[in-house]
Design a protein around this ligand. Structure first.
Ligand SMILES: [Cu+2]
Length: 357
């Protein structure tokens, strides 16, 4: 079953829809970080005075994060724009994050076009990615399309009190209008640990043609296919998948070593100049109703193939990505739950430098 980006299971649609802006050219995407996959590769100016504000609305079971103010002069690329520093949201109580709704506002609450958001990515520093443990768990992402990740009834992403969620935000302003004080707001419906309704844990699964390395790669002129593999270490089910590619995309295929047929074949929808319009989402929980999703087993190897046809006539530096993303529900949740660890890396280094903070 294929569903357009705007459909109900939008939670899987961020990567599928991240490139919907028709004005986006491959060049604009060339430095898209995808949350630090290009660590250390870029030096931006840092915006001053940007704060993270966290509000918990118990009555509506919503956590609202606000990052700002951001000063966005007209016609400014992300390389020339002063970027907000990474912010850390420390989770105040245990529970489940159920979905994400991102929007941009000015100081008086008026809407600002999403196109000025290059991307935002949330990383849980207390957990490794279960497929690629060299990375933090990437729990949410959005680009200028501001696609909602709608809640999925009965499932959620478990957080513990004190979890540190790193928020990486990059902005730019391709429009002729200056936006002097912009706030990025992300509303997160949640269930608390005492929730009477049962919530099953899911884990975001990012399956990349870069395997467990960087996501971006150079796109040669003409047709090309890049292939990556990711080993599965846990039994469980995939509820569904979406995909993320760039302009000149053709298709993204996910294969499982135990299966003859591809698990998913996501055919890109592109415009007449090859610009990406959308990627489909495929859901597995009806197709594999008995198991509630496509069954993965420890020992399986997932193969990801991204095909492009670059009609620009030239090679595009860092012009391509091929990422399948889905939600994984393990058979034995305890095996994934115990991957939790203390935050490390940058976090502890900073606390040594600034013991007072
Ligand atoms: Cu990308």
């Amino acid at each position: 079953m294929k569903i357009p980006c705007a459909a109900a299971l939008a939670l899987l649609a961020f990567p599928a829809c991240a490139q919907q802006r028709p004005e986006t050219k491959p060049h604009d995407m060339s430095h898209m970080q995808h949350g630090g996959f290009m660590q250390g590769g870029m030096k931006h100016l840092t915006a001053k005075g940007v704060k993270l504000e966290v509000q918990t609305h118990a009555a509506t079971h919503t956590i609202t994060l606000r990052i700002g103010p951001l000063d966005l002069p007209a016609h400014t690329s992300h390389m020339r724009m002063a970027q907000p520093p990474d912010e850390t949201w420390t989770v105040s109580s245990a529970g489940w994050l159920l979905g994400y709704r991102a929007r941009l506002l000015d100081a008086s609450g008026g809407a600002v076009p999403g196109v000025v958001l290059h991307h935002v990515a949330f990383w849980n520093e207390n957990r490794p990615d279960f497929l690629c443990p060299n990375k933090d768990e990437h729990i949410f992402g959005a680009g200028g399309e501001l696609t909602d990740w709608a809640p999925m009834p009965g499932f959620g992403y478990r957080v513990e009190k004190g979890d540190r969620i790193r928020i990486e935000t990059m902005v730019h302003n391709p429009t002729p209008t200056a936006y002097p004080a912009v706030y990025l707001e992300v509303a997160i419906p949640y269930a608390d640990a005492a929730s009477p309704a049962a919530v099953r844990n899911f884990y975001p699964a990012w399956m990349d043609v870069g395997s467990c390395g960087s996501s971006g790669y150079d796109l040669p002129a003409g047709p090309s296919t890049k292939v990556g593999t990711v080993p599965v270490k846990f039994d469980g089910v995939l509820l569904g998948v979406g995909g993320h590619m760039h302009d000149y995309a053709k298709e993204l295929v996910l294969e499982d070593s135990r299966s003859q047929d591809p698990l998913a074949k996501l055919v890109a929808k592109t415009g007449e100049k090859g610009q990406l319009i959308s990627m489909p989402v495929e859901l597995f929980y009806q197709k594999y109703a008995q198991t509630g999703g496509y069954p993965l087993r420890a020992g399986d190897v997932l193969t990801i193939r991204a095909s492009y046809d670059n009609s620009s006539g030239k090679s595009l530096r860092d012009g391509a990505m091929g990422i399948v993303v889905g939600y994984f529900v393990p058979n034995d949740d305890a095996a994934l739950a115990k991957l939790r660890h203390e935050p490390k890396g940058r976090t502890s280094a900073m606390s040594h430098e600034h013991p007072g903070n």
